[in-house]
Design a protein around this ligand. Structure first.
Ligand SMILES: [Zn+2]
Length: 103
């Protein structure tokens, strides 16, 4: 895989082996750490769920299609969590009213 890398700060073309931009001197490693890789994102999604989204968007390791898939998956996960919380809330409410009215 050889793609043209550019500096995220000044958009100058940089070498794959460069750690810092030759034009503006900014670090190029931002977005390349473990948490921005496929493994890191999947691990984080399992732990923090939809809160892994910023890492998906900031990642420079994964491709745009992968970003869309991860985003969609995490948003679905978030939606599911909200629905589950709502169901739990209504369940607790009904059981509470059953308890207070039944006695
Ligand atoms: Zn630069």
């Amino acid at each position: 895989m050889s793609e043209i890398l550019t500096c995220s700060h000044c958009h100058a073309t940089v070498e794959q082996t460069d750690n810092y931009c030759r034009v503006c001197g900014k670090s190029l490693k931002q977005g390349y750490s473990f948490w921005f890789t496929h493994t890191g994102i999947i691990l984080m999604a399992l732990v923090v769920g939809p809160f892994a989204l910023p890492c998906v968007w900031m990642s420079k390791v994964i491709g745009p299609i992968a970003k869309w898939i991860y985003s969609l998956f995490l948003l679905l996960m978030g939606y599911y969590l909200v629905v589950m919380c709502y169901r739990l809330f209504t369940l607790v409410q009904t059981s509470m009213s059953l308890l207070t009215n039944g006695l």
